[in-house]
Design a protein around this ligand. Structure first.
Ligand SMILES: NC(=O)c1ccc[n+]([C@@H]2O[C@H](COP(=O)([O-])OP(=O)(O)OC[C@H]3O[C@@H](n4cnc5c(N)ncnc54)[C@H](OP(=O)(O)O)[C@@H]3O)[C@@H](O)[C@H]2O)c1
Length: 325
């Protein structure tokens, strides 16, 4: 097998495309031939030693991937050789093959496109958990999505629309705003050009959004929170801008609003049955064509440097997926 090996987590440039012997799965693991692996924001951080999870060295980055089971551990019951799976194991995806814990592999229905499958779990699980479970979003409500053309942002548009809510998508360019409209957003705000607070007032007739989905952090968090509606729920999803904002907590009192943390990874570990039920719903929504990962582009697996560079320069709309030919 060939993999992108990280022996020294000082940045993408230190990764090496290496040939390794095929390993044998332990009793609870499977060996997977990878067809596609998507980039998620943590893949940028993990190779710089800046992510909360710090895998022992050397490791293969690539948090999320899809492929076919080619060998199986003795204790694995829910998978068989030849089964198509999607997996979010945190590492291992950027290569031709990987070992993965069988418990993290989701068997896919027939005809589930492997590129879509590699781009599916992280974004939809995060946004469904955030909007449905944590925010209890209602069809009559309005959601503001920040960083709406990014991976989790674009999935939040689709999940909110599938629930019947009104979506205001906010992003940093007109091209990204147009992309969000194509995904189903009702209105957009280009926050590089207009004042976020004034535009939100105008678009919501002074009421403000009921739910705010924030995977960006940084300079827009405070003005967004100041704009929230009475009884609003502000979803803290991530800090792609790189800074963790400080909020004056009197703002929560004034709006009767809630600041709601979203940590899908821990939800999946602490509440595995609820997570499994959620994944079942999401796979059915895909089969019913209610949701489909927006694929920015695919690139051959050996072009990982170019993919990392595109993502870190904020140039990806939706998901970027590496594929094995
Ligand atoms: N809480 C959870 O359970 C959970 C789960 C998954 C991901 N996350 C987090 O969510 C965040 C977004 O992840 P993602 O995979 O959707 O990333 P992504 O596809 O790169 O999207 C991030 C968006 O953030 C905006 N942004 C603003 N400043 C940026 C900067 N300096 N660098 C990069 N992007 C910047 C960009 O939109 P504009 O150009 O339009 O501003 C970009 O589209 C990350 O912090 C990730 O760790 C959290």
């Amino acid at each position: 097998m060939k993999v992108w090996l990280c022996e020294n987590p000082i940045g993408v440039e230190a990764l090496n495309w290496r040939e390794l012997p095929d390993p044998t799965p332990s009793p609870t693991e499977v060996f997977i031939k990878i067809q596609a692996a998507s980039l998620n924001f943590p893949d940028l951080l993990i190779v710089q030693n800046k992510y909360q999870m710090k895998p022992p060295l050397p490791f293969v980055p690539g948090s999320e991937f899809a492929g076919t089971v080619v060998a199986i551990g003795d204790e694995v019951k829910h998978l068989k050789v030849g089964q198509a799976v999607a997996c979010l194991s945190g590492t291992g995806g950027f290569g031709t093959h990987t070992l993965a814990p069988a418990s993290l592999c989701i068997p896919l229905p027939e005809n589930f496109d492997p590129v879509d499958a590699a781009a599916f779990i992280m974004i939809y699980a995060t946004s469904y958990h955030a909007l449905v479970d944590r925010a209890q979003l209602k069809a009559s409500e309005t959601v503001l999505v920040l960083g709406a053309a990014g991976g989790v942002g674009s999935s939040a548009i689709q999940i909110a629309k599938a629930m019947g809510a009104t979506v205001i998508a906010a992003a940093s360019s007109q091209e990204k705003c147009d992309f969000c409209l194509k995904l189903g957003a009702d209105k957009t705000i280009n926050y590089s050009e207009v004042n976020l607070r004034e535009k939100l007032k105008e678009l919501t007739n002074g009421k403000g959004p009921d739910v705010i989905y924030d995977p960006v952090g940084g300079e827009f968090t405070e003005p967004a929170f100041r704009s929230i509606a009475w009884r609003g729920r502000y979803l803290v999803v991530g800090f792609a801008a790189g800074t963790i904002p400080n909020l004056p907590i009197n703002l929560a009192l004034l709006k009767g609003a809630s600041l709601v943390g979203v940590f899908w990874g821990d939800f999946a570990k602490r509440e595995p049955e609820n997570n499994a039920a959620m994944m079942k719903t999401l796979i059915q929504w895909y089969v019913d064509k209610k949701i489909k990962p927006p694929i920015d582009s695919t690139m051959p697996m050996d072009q990982l440097f170019q993919a990392y560079s595109k993502m870190s320069s904020r140039a990806v709309m939706g998901k970027l997926v590496m594929v094995n030919q």
